[in-house]
Ligand binder design. Sequence first.
Ligand code: ADP
Ligand code: MG
Length: 231
Amino acid sequence: APAAEDASVLAGLPAGNLNEVESKSIFARFGVPVTREHVAADAAGAAAAARALGGEVVLKILSRAIAHKSDIGGVRVGLTAEEVPEACATMLRRLKDAGAPDPEGFLVQERIRGGVEMILGFHRDPQLGPVILLGSGGVAAELFQDTTLRLLPISRSDAEAMVEELKAARLLQGYRGAPPADVPALVEAVMAFAAMAGAAGERLLEAEINPLFVLPQGQGARAVDGLAVLR
Ligand code: ADP
Ligand code: MG
């Protein structure tokens, strides 16, 4: 169908993996909270973006061709603006060494600190249909299987039950002196992500937020990474 007839949020976007900014922009339109960030074309632009954001930043390679940025040294957490240009040069060199195509740019984003890392996913199960996944992210995800699934659509009580089913529920409540996490914000993020998956239409094959940082009570949640796969 001609693009003009495609009223979906995916209109004009290509098939295959979208990059982090394209993916999170879709999620954000449905209310998923995302990091403050800027796209830069070169090292000087990235340094300027880092100064504009202020404080320590995260520098990432922005590329549809790279779904797992850290695998090729494409994520640097906690840089000052002064450190950004050299980090950009190193990233580009590694990208070339790996034979990857030219990236869309550099992504400079605020560094998120504290909180509990979670994973939110969407895929189309051949048997079940469209499925939402919530799980532990970060180190916890590697240590123990901690995920829960629901068929779309989901209600708010489904989203709340998903959170309660996880082993991470204890972590979120504030484990061993850690501050309790913003569970209502996590539930909102699950609802927003599920609404996005339901509304995006058949072209959306898969979507993932890994990680979603759930900050201490009252501070919300933040998607720091995102991947959407279209057909
Ligand atoms: P990848 O494509 O490798 O999954 P991510 O964007 O998820 O790259 O970054 C890798 C890791 O770096 C994340 O799992 C998270 O722990 C950390 N990280 C990424 N972005 C941020 C950020 N804005 N603030 C704090 N930590 C971050
Ligand atoms: Mg990630």
